[in-house]
Design a protein around this ligand. Sequence first.
Ligand code: NAD
Length: 490
Amino acid sequence: MNDDTVSKYVASVEPTSALFVAGQWTSTGATFEVEDPATGAVIASVSDATAAEAVTAVDAAHDAFDRWRRTPPRERSEMLRRAHELMLADADRLVTLIMAENGKSESDARGEVTYAADFFRWFAEETVRTDGAYGESPGGGVRNIVTHRPVGVAALVTPWNFPAAMITRKIAPALAAGCTVVLKPAAETPLTALAIARLLTEAGVPAGVVNIVPTLDAPAVVTAWLEDPRVRKISFTGSTNVGRVLLRQAADRVVNSSMELGGNAPFVVTDDADLDAAVKGAMTAKFRNGGQACTAANRFYVHQDIADAFTARLGAAVEALTVGPAADSESDIGPLISARALAKTEQLVETAVAGGAKVAHRSGVPEGLTGHFHPAVVLTDVEPDAGIVQEEIFGPVAPIVRWRTDAEVIDYVNSSEFGLAAYVFAGNLQRALRIAEAMDAGMIGVNRGLVSDPSAPFGGVKQSGLGREGAREGLNEFTEAQYFSVDWSE
Ligand code: NAD
């Protein structure tokens, strides 16, 4: 796909400079620009919402709530099912938007669209599986009837690294549960969010059920939501630091909170692992989206007996990677999202090298481009307490630390404040599971480099978050139990 095609598709998302509130595309006086991180070119100007529009969006979601929660589950389910079909039918356009505003390669963007659409399908299927309980109280006589009702208007806040999937992973369960939503996409990637709003309208979702409020002033919009008594839920995906701020704000009104936060995934390779499988898993876990994933392998713990062999094979795969603009079909890895992200990654590598680490392998980087490109890199001789293994890198850098005993590697793994994803590759499944069970992580890939799956509960422990997305658990985040204590004895 060339640059012209990208601009043509981007231009076809009409109107791009709008908020989507109460089923209407509306403009504010101000706009902000969205850039292609591969070139720095401005690809669209989008309306910039203030706290006033944030409140208008809540008006719409609040007005739509009662009717939506009473819409029969089968009808809501079929709208989500149609959204799944429309999203796949519109995949080319969505892929192009994601490539243009996020910069990821075409194969990564295509993978994301399929994954994102799957949340609509999964939660379409869950919408009709309404559940509850009936029981007799232990003392006898009294019956307990339990139901799960939608929590209410939900505020959703999403990051730029998966511009489609982070949105559908929240909207689909919210709508399945009977909630209406106000959503603030990341300022870097609002276009995919607006395209999804349009697609939900085509799927039959009524006005006011989904409202999208792009802004440059995230604190103003999200604070307006958290202070509004009609907003009963905050579901946030992003960094741990911002999550902490929102949890503090949510505390004032005790707002129901789900937090999908930062990660620092360990990737453990034992001495009896199948090295080809481990390298394949490492390439997915580390370099999908150029390392800009919360589940990205951040620190490689490789048994010392196979460390040289593993490093050589991983290095060969890394050297074969092509870093370049998404519009170039040869590119495996796109640019980082911003100049700041590039500077941070470079700084982490420089500090590691100053501390004794070696750049053992690296891919090429295109010359003459203005985008935020960083080569794919393998670092060896990394100390277990180096900054680069303590911090979330969010870039295409694989630091390798060696270990000797299972107990030692479990200590390394659990030394982090984060606990989102983890990976273990071992030949002996019992050993793999023993190590996996001891890991402080919400999701563990065992001989697999990918854990994301709409049918599985996605989320972390420790400072990686609260709550889960996907699976039944993801729907439960948008409901509250209500029980009726009934005495119908004579
Ligand atoms: P970020 O925390 O900077 O931003 C996330 C969202 O919060 C954006 O929409 C942003 O505009 C908004 N925001 C920023 N400051 C805010 C404030 N003060 N008040 C209200 N909203 C605010 O994160 P990011 O850089 O966009 O994304 C990268 C981070 O997200 C990484 O740490 C990554 O691990 C994490 N992430 C986690 C998951 C997960 O499922 N656990 C998934 C994807 C990304």
